[in-house]
Design a protein around this ligand. Structure first.
Ligand code: CP
Length: 307
């Protein structure tokens, strides 16, 4: 079993068949992760290198754990103490990592297109762990896995994605994935962060929470990406929460069995109220748990794709 692609750089280019194969394989790995002995020898002898040029808690930790659970050797380069600070380019860094025998390079970078660039220059499989405002494919895959696990299927569901869509790579990857699998996607937020032009992707666009959340099956909240914004997208975080924060009262507009999701890290009291984040409809920590099985599936399925 393998994917039709050497690399995972985005959901936009991923076939529906490959998405289905990843979700099915992740389900098998989730079963294994529930056992006493969680480690399998599937990728013994392979090497995984994490290159994170931006901060991360969930993605980096779960890629490290996924690689270890599959018995690969795994190294995480700390960019701030690497030769990057002496001026070494991304491509030279990656080529040196490959010369040391990397089979998988997991890359997070602030520039959109970085993973795609590396994939075209490396023999190793390149996995995008988030590139600028472009894509974060494994986050979307774990979100799709969580929705499918909880709801049985994705086709026909109404998914509301709320917040800073403009700067969100998580939103982009989810929009591509959800539409490929037959969901109806609504985007909600201030018009400065959810421009009407996004309708061209095949989604509905709302500025009022009550309208966009009505009868939603899934609500996906997003963090305001202050590190990627200039000023002036909304007046203040207090006003943002007043208009677009997810509160228990606003949740009433959605379906009773709605799932509340968030990729993390959360800004409590900015995009989501604490009682909702920790409440009975929240699957936020289950998303994190599922990320491990999904990343194991991605590494495993890419291991069979080398020429
Ligand atoms: N969801 C996500 O990418 O979280 P991290 O930035 O902590 O990896």
């Amino acid at each position: 079993m393998s994917l039709q692609t050497k690399d995972l750089t985005g959901i936009k280019e991923l076939s529906t068949g490959d998405i289905g194969l990843i979700l099915e394989t992740a389900s098998g790995f989730k079963d294994i992760l529930g056992r006493d002995i969680k480690k399998v020898p599937a990728l013994r002898g392979k090497t995984t290198v994490n290159m994170f040029y931006e901060p991360s808690t969930r993605t980096r930790t779960s890629f490290e754990l996924a690689a270890k659970r599959l018995s690969t050797d795994v190294i995480s380069i700390s960019v701030s103490t690497s030769s990057v600070v002496k001026g070494e380019t991304l491509e030279d860094t990656a080529r040196n990592v490959e010369a040391l025998g990397a089979d998988f390079i997991v890359i997070r970078h602030s520039c959109s297109g970085t993973a795609d660039f590396l994939a075209r220059h490396m023999r190793a499989s390149v996995i995008n762990a988030g590139d600028g405002t472009n894509e974060h494919p494994t986050q979307a895959l774990l979100d799709l896995f969580t929705i499918q696990e909880k709801k049985g299927q994705i086709k026909g569901l109404t998914v509301a994605i709320v917040g800073d869509i403009l700067h969100s790579r998580v939103a982009k990857s989810n929009i591509y994935g959800l539409l490929k699998l037959g969901a109806r996607v609504r985007l909600i937020g201030p018009p400065t962060l959810v421009p009407a032009s996004l309708k061209a992707l095949g989604v509905e666009v709302y500025s009022a929470m009550h309208d966009g959340l009505r009868d939603a099956d899934i609500i996906m909240m997003l963090r305001i990406q202050t590190e990627r914004q200039g000023k002036g997208f909304f007046p203040s975080t207090v006003e943002y929460f007043r208009n677009w924060g997810l509160t228990a009262a606003r949740l009433e507009a959605a379906r009773k069995d709605v799932l509340v999701m968030h990729p993390g890290p959360m800004n409590r009291g900015v995009e989501i109220a604490s009682d909702v984040a920790d409440g009975p409809r929240s699957v936020i920590l289950e998303q994190v748990t599922n990320g491990l099985a999904v990343r194991m599936a991605v590494l495993y399925l890419l291991s069979g794709t080398k020429q």
